[in-house]
Design a protein around this ligand. Structure first.
Ligand code: ATP
Ligand code: MG
Length: 348
């Protein structure tokens, strides 16, 4: 049976929204609205998998949730034509995640690099939720039977796991899926959309580490709430090497910091690394950084101002989220009803 094409993606309300989230995810979310029905979620249940100091505890969670919502809206996501909501308002995500906890295998989750990175050396002390995170992510996507998922490069492995879960469910329950009139597959195998010049924005302090909300150094990232001075200072201090910029992309190999700054420039200017190097090849970093500061401030200042305006009106943001949750739940509830029939649960 042909499934409707639908986009789903999310961002965690863990504070410090940064340029990587913007270029790797939010800019893509905006562009996809033209072609698809889109569902964009603030994944607050996921935030709880990390220590409370990261997601802000009961007082920080609400403001972080509103901040991500404000970034969605300020970037140009239309909450009327599409759906914007926070995950915990649609309980079907958790319900399907439990079923997926029983479909996914320990061995599959044991291979996830995000768990290894985030749990670090103190694995015994990581939350169980951090380990089963990818099952909830699969549920987020598949409760809407979404077909396309725009994410940054770091989420590729989790997307592959979502596909494995969808496939195993379709196989394990194949006879029941057919008997209930869904043909030979119930869940689509969701496709990751990982494209463009900034699928993996790196830390400004270390070109081999992903720019991340949870990095202890604020100089490692450009926050979407940074003002022009902060942006300029962070870019000026960004780590580089002593060579001028190369004329061709090949010259960026083994120069992670140069590659990162050129990638950021290309993504912000909506062009390619090759084009940026055609313009700046041979330039010193001081000149390139000055151009990058102008470009970044020019792009982020209006976003920043609009985010501030929206955050000052929490009642409006909460209304957007409630309206989105209502519409999301209609779709999710229909999927869960079908899943319950397929699995064999007795239900109302
Ligand atoms: P955390 O460290 O709490 O996991 P995060 O910065 O990874 O925070 P998420 O909310 O987990 O943010 O991710 C939201 C989206 O942003 C995902 O699609 C993810 O792939 C993307 N993303 C995160 N960091 C980067 C980055 N450095 N470059 C490009 N995309 C990124
Ligand atoms: Mg992340």
């Amino acid at each position: 049976m042909a499934l409707k094409e639908r986009v789903f993606s999310g961002v965690q309300p863990t504070g410090n929204l940064h340029l990587g989230n913007y270029l790797g995810a939010i800019v893509k979310f905006v562009a996809l609205q033209e072609r698809y029905d889109c569902i964009y979620c603030v994944v607050d249940l996921h935030a709880l998998t990390q220590p409370m100091s990261i997601w802000g505890g009961p007082t920080g969670l609400a403001s972080n949730t509103r901040e991500v919502t404000a970034a969605y809206l300020a970037a140009g996501i239309d909450p009327k034509k599409h759906i914007v909501f926070n995950q915990s308002q649609v309980h079907e995500h958790s319900e399907l995640a439990w079923i997926f906890n029983c479909v996914a295998r320990m061995g599959w989750l044991g291979r996830m690099t995000q768990f290894k990175d985030k749990a670090g050396k103190d694995r015994e002390n990581a939350s169980v939720g951090l380990f089963t995170y990818p099952n909830l992510m699969a549920a987020d996507i598949l409760v809407y039977r979404a077909t396309h998922v725009p994410v940054g490069e770091d989420q590729k492995q989790h997307l592959e796991l979502s596909r494995d879960i969808a496939q195993k469910f379709n196989n394990d329950f194949g006879t029941s899926i057919l008997a209930h009139g869904h043909g030979d597959t119930f869940f689509p195998l969701p496709e990751p959309l990982i494209r463009g010049a900034a699928t993996r924005v790196m830390s400004l302090r270390d070109g081999t580490k992903k720019m991340s909300k949870s990095d202890a150094s604020d100089y490692s990232r450009i926050n979407l709430t940074d003002d022009a001075d902060a942006i300029a200072q962070k870019i000026r201090k960004a780590k580089t090497d002593p060579e001028p910029l190369p004329h061709e992309e090949k010259g960026l190999e083994h120069r992670p910091e140069a590659d990162n700054l050129v990638g950021i420039y290309a993504a912000l200017a909506d062009t390619s690394r090759a084009q940026v190097l055609a313009q700046f090849g041979g330039a010193q970093f001081s000149a390139f950084k000055a151009a990058l500061i102008d470009l970044t401030v020019g792009k982020l200042a209006p976003l920043n101002a609009e985010m501030r305006r929206l955050i000052a009106d929490p009642a409006y943001i909460d209304h957007v989220l409630a309206d989105g949750a209502l519409r999301a739940q209609r779709i999710a509830a229909e999927t869960m009803k079908a899943v319950k029939d397929i699995v064999g649960f007795v239900h109302r």
